[in-house]
Design a binder for this molecule. Sequence first.
Ligand code: ADP
Ligand code: ZN
Length: 604
Amino acid sequence: MNNTDRSHQIHQILEDVYGYSSFRYEQEKIILSLLDGKDVLAIMPTGGGKSLCFQIPALSLEGLAIVISPLIALMDDQVNALLQLGVKAAALHSNVEYTARKEILQSIEDKSLKLLYVSPEKLQSPDFLNYLRNLQISLFAIDEAHCVSVWGNDFRPDYVQLRIIKEAFPAIPIIALTATADHATQKDIVKQLRIPEAEVYLASFERTNISVECRPGQKRIEQILDWVQNRKGESGIIYCLSKKNTEKLAERLKDRGYRAAYYHAGMDGLERTQIQRRFTDDEIDIVCATIAFGMGIDKPNIRYVIHYSMPKNIEGYYQEIGRAGRDGDQAEALLFYSWGDYLILQKFIEESDSDDTFKNVQKAKLERIWQYANAQNCRTNFVLSYFGEFKNDPCGHCDNCLYPPQIIDGTKYTQMALSAITRAKESVSVNLLVDVLRGSFKKEVTQLGLDKIKTFGVGRIVPYAHWRHYITQMINSGIIQIDFSDYSKLKLTPLSHAVLQGEQMVELAEYRVQENKAKEKVKKATLEIDEYDEGLYERLRQWRSSLARERNVPAYIILSDKSLKHIASIKPVNEQDLLRAHGIGKNKLENFGEAIINIVLNKA
Ligand code: ADP
Ligand code: ZN
């Protein structure tokens, strides 16, 4: 088959099986390379559509595709979704019982199975390898491929053994996929998996449908309660550092009538699975969780991700916010940060029992996310450059692009702060400095006699939060430094003197007063459904919920919100029209067509 025919064929599969009209990013090129027998490394952001890149070749080629995935939940999720599309797929893992296992083996025998998901350990068993040798294998797909590299963020020893694949099956194409790999990790993946000739496809990491915002972390709970008000009924995750905070926050949200729950490692497995399930089924809207949450879930309609405190690195942060808006619709990410967060995270690193090299890498990573949170220009470009992608144009979907910070002449404020630090003999922390500048008679201030120094109260008219915001910027620009070895006290730097002497002026970004802005539409996603019949949408959702319960699968696996909205917008009354709806392929048409049309006609 030549490339034009192939291209035609894979478009047909995309439409018939998945009900999608066009490929995203580099999907098509990746698929064509695999069909050409080449090895591939695909780096695509979470939600970018990695699965299609090996599923479509698996459907188009003869034989069985083997997919290696690190998590049982991930495997089951993908298998469920494939079954709903009418594709024969299965997963072999420790939770699969004897009879089910036999059925799977049978479907391999009779060549009806197209995709088999297995864990990395499984591939290390010589018996299993030998078994595979006697089968016709179409391709190997290695999901979460960064786990193979110690440079990556989530190294798994089991993954290292995956090098045997190429050794045992040199002629069969391998595709390695990941959503998180900086340059060093990319090179290492290819080396570890013995696929030096792999074609590398790096999709842009920019998630244009996610608008990002960072805020100083004062009165976080109030800010969050305020923020969710405009987002009632939408799905969101709020990440917290501590278990206690997840519980506290969930309580406050529940008090206000939100369908909220908490999730953390201290709960038992069953409880956690239940929360996850209820969240995917839209029975819970908000989950307040420690970072353990979200790894295995593929819920496309998460509308926002909030970080209650600053994450420990940009990889983690970007991975977490990437769980929002996987359906391509508008989504939001909000991060709170403070010096307190920074110090806690730094302490975690110091107190961990890793070696010094590792600690230094972790510290450097922490430093970068701190700079990110404090950045005054495009945040997207900051993150992209972190992952090795360089762009100049403002993104248009981060807070700094949308509402550029107002720059003021901060020379006077900086001089006040520097002078107070000097007169306090460099013995104050950020909070204490603000107290002194604002003329507070707190015990800590009077005990040290700081109410007697000349700068006491000179900055009274500047609100507390503003002062903290300004001082943070002074630290970030190197005019003041924090001495971590001395209780985080503030010290002067070589840059301080020029400012004190009035030889250098200082620009500061004005404190942004947070109003609860109504959500603004940012960039248009490919398929923007603005107008749809809300009553019809509601009826479709109810139908979907009861069907999901009946079949014991998550609601989105039946049809996505976007599909339902599209249907509620075009109101198809026959099968041909329904096929035009987003996410409706032949199999879904066959299974749900009649039911949907009846709902549209109001006959159900
Ligand atoms: P990833 O594995 O990269 O995180 P997935 O493969 O799970 O992402 O895809 C995310 C969502 O995008 C899924 O719901 C998938 O069906 C959908 N998707 C993938 N490719 C396309 C496409 N070309 N057009 C429309 N939707 C797509
Ligand atoms: Zn921007």
